[in-house]
Design a protein around this ligand. Structure first.
Ligand code: SF4
Length: 399
């Protein structure tokens, strides 16, 4: 009985795998030639052995693409339209500039609907007044709001309101032109990943590449972005002039495997980082790069799991390059916990306030972080592993 059940399960698994392959091949045929070549190269290129299987680059395909009239009036909006048309995605031109009809009968349904929807809109005037974003960068700006992935700890839950539809901005040239006013004669850094994963939507927008090209022309402006996706080939040849630091966010297997739905595997992210960091003479992008290890969690046997992650990083980046680390321990706010619990009602994410220390900010906001002893132990481990394995790398901050 057991072996019959097992055989049935195996057949179902291989049928599902076959269906997934057919779906992938069909989607591949719809992609522009360059992207298609990238995918094929990525699946066959010579790669270091990182101890885990890699997957093809993760490309999100929305089920609906909405355009507002204002977005369609923008040349950059037209450029996005051409991209989504070439992918045969279902497009709806709205009559008004407001997005409506995104809510379902429950919060979970609203979430499902929204996360399958791309809306191309113009950034509102408020986004032209930039805010500082310590410790990551001097300023933040946005090319989109919302992310197609499904991380159960997602920090966007506490920062964006309304249905989590992925809004991308059609007035990008104006957004970029506005940044010059914030540059000084000193190096000035701009973070573009606070409200989105810019690489996760890049095949639909081309906006990250445009930002990289823009910063490549600046005297003192520097761009920073971070991602959990891996389709970087179209970024490798851009004239970045060393003014963009590309970072990949990684985590230990129990955290990424359990909580990071819809993202590229950590191994694929490391392969992407390797490609970005390799010198141009070796087919890479020659970018300054970074790893954001976040959110760090003291899960069972955490030292062992994070040691394995460092082994993978050492294998992927076994060459000299401009490398930084950012170390962020897990935290949550009352607001983010409430939203995350409606999005992921069955989550196993530990958000028990009684096991945490409270940290208050100057505006009276509350965050729940690990207790001081746990923080000390984690910090000591990460800083010493990095110092030992990557003596030339800089740790930008621990938080
Ligand atoms: S990749 Fe980042 S922004 Fe996207 S769901 Fe995960 S944590 Fe949120």
């Amino acid at each position: 009985m057991e072996s019959k059940q097992q055989t049935t399960c195996e057949s179902l698994v291989s049928l599902a795998a076959l269906q997934e392959r057919v779906r992938c091949l069909f989607r591949l045929r719809q992609l522009p030639e360059k992207t298609r070549r990238t995918i094929l190269l990525n699946t066959t290129a010579d790669k270091p052995e990182l101890g885990l299987e890699t997957r093809s680059p993760k490309l999100w395909m929305p089920e609906r693409v909405l355009f507002t009239p204002a977005a369609l009036a923008e040349p950059w909006g037209q450029q996005i339209l051409e991209r989504v048309e070439s992918l045969n995605l279902p497009i709806e031109e709205l009559r008004q500039n407001r997005l409506t009809g995104l809510r379902g009968d429950s919060e979970r349904e609203t979430y499902d609907k929204s996360k399958r929807t791309l809306a191309v809109v113009n950034a509102p005037p408020s986004t032209f007044k930039l805010s500082p974003i310590p410790p990551s960068a001097d300023w933040q700006f946005h090319l989109a709001e919302g992310c197609p992935a499904h991380c159960q700890y997602c920090y966007l839950a506490g920062s964006l309101s309304g249905p989590p539809v992925i809004r991308v901005f059609a007035n990008l040239p104006q957004i970029l032109a506005n940044l010059a006013a914030y540059e000084t004669s000193q190096a000035t850094s701009f973070e573009v990943s606070c409200y989105t994963d810019p690489l996760g939507i890049e095949h639909l927008t081309g906006s990250l590449a445009e930002c990289i090209r823009y910063f490549g022309t600046r005297e003192s402006g520097h761009l920073r972005w971070v991602s959990k996706f891996d389709a970087v080939d179209d970024l490798l040849d851009l004239p970045h002039n060393g003014h963009t630091r590309c970072r990949l966010s990684v985590n230990a297997a129990p955290v990424s495997g359990r909580f990071e739905g819809g993202t590229a595997s950590v191994t694929s992210r490391l392969m992407a980082l390797r490609q970005l960091a390799l010198p141009r003479s070796q087919g890479g992008g020659g970018y300054p790069v970074g790893l954001v290890i976040a959110p760090i969690m003291p899960v069972e046997d955490w030292e062992e799991h994070y040691t394995r992650l460092f082994d993978q990083i050492s294998d992927a980046i076994a060459f000299d390059c401009d490398l930084t680390f950012e170390l962020i321990s897990h935290r949550f706010t009352p607001g983010s916990k409430e939203v995350l619990q409606t999005w992921y009602p069955h989550t196993k994410l530990d958000m028990d306030e009684s096991k945490r220390s409270v940290k208050r900010n100057k505006f009276g906001g509350t965050k729940y972080v690990y207790d001081p002893d746990t923080m000390k132990r984690l910090r000591r481990f990460f800083e010493s592993e990095i110092a030992r394995r990557f003596p030339k790398a800089r740790v930008l901050y621990w938080t």
